[in-house]
Design a binder for this molecule. Structure first.
Ligand SMILES: O=P(O)(O)O[C@H]1O[C@H](CO)[C@@H](O)[C@H]1O
Ligand SMILES: O=c1cc[nH]c(=O)[nH]1
Length: 254
């Protein structure tokens, strides 16, 4: 086994070939698909939830690395990629919309996240906003428009848990703690677009450390209409978001 320069990712500085931008999906299985949208894709490492590939785009090197689900593992991936030289992070995920007018298959670009996580508190007090980098956000929106995908821009609720924190009652116990009872309605009333699970940690830890971060997600369910996504829609939303994040990376590298 070759030596690694960081604790978890199994990567060395030389693996990155000077890359400063990383595309970071949650799901390890999405990494290869995204890398294959670019030139000369190469598998670098797979450890735990972290799968990494390298590829070429606009004459530069890009790293694609999965974060796994949630803030703690995301914070590890981002920290170790930053140690290796990455300065711009584009998260590409899946999400559940909570506004009735957002169709499945569209994408959402997050300008800021409601911090329903724990990990972001390890980087900044709750008063600090989980805010995306303006340049990354602009590139993601431009990419979505260029590719003709419906795009919604705004605030995301980013929760440590998929079930109670996103106020799901279709669970084993049907139990949601008081703190989250009625919370989906409250976020809807405030215009929050969606739920996902990593942006609060990602955006906070990047904003306080001078790193750039942006976030795009394919809508796989609309919680005002259904709880379970259908497989085809999920695939389509994932691939729309993947195309957009690569196009945004191209714009940022140009
Ligand atoms: O598709 P990914 O990037 O994993 O994103 C979303 O999907 C997972 C939950 O199913 C969470 O990680 C959530 O943020
Ligand atoms: O509803 C959803 C869908 C995907 N990911 C989430 O975190 N929530």
């Amino acid at each position: 086994m070759s030596a690694s320069d960081v604790f978890h990712l199994g990567l060395t500085h030389s693996d990155l070939r000077g890359a400063t931008l990383a595309i970071i999906p949650g799901d390890p299985q999405r990494v290869e698909k995204i890398a294959r949208l670019m030139a000369d894709p190469v598998h670098l490492a797979t450890h735990r939830e972290f799968t990494s590939w390298r590829a070429g785009l606009a004459g530069k090197t890009v790293i694609v690395c999965s974060t796994g689900i949630g803030g703690p593992s995301t914070s590890i991936a981002v920290e170790e990629l930053a140690q290796l030289g990455i300065r711009t992070f584009l998260r590409v995920g899946t999400t559940g919309a909570i506004q009735p007018n957002i169709p499945v298959g569209d994408v959402l670009v997050t300008t800021a996240a409601v911090r329903l996580d724990g990990a972001s508190l390890h980087f900044a007090p709750m008063e600090f906003p989980a805010v995306a980098d303006f340049g990354c956000t602009t590139a993601l929106v431009a990419a979505a428009r260029h590719l003709g995908t419906g795009v919604h821009i705004g605030v995301t609720a980013s929760s440590d848990t998929f079930y109670p924190g996103q106020e799901r009652y279709d669970t084993f116990s049907g139990r949601v703690v008081n703190r989250f009872k009625g919370s989906m309605r409250e976020w809807q009333d405030m215009g929050v677009m969606n739920y996902e699970m990593e942006s609060a940690t990602l955006l906070t830890m990047c904003a306080v450390q001078g790193l750039r971060a942006g976030m795009v997600a394919g809508v796989i369910v609309n919680r005002t209409q259904q709880e379970i996504p259908d497989a085809l829609t999920m695939k389509q939303a994932e691939s729309a978001a993947a195309g957009i994040v690569v196009e945004a990376a191209r714009l940022l590298l140009a």
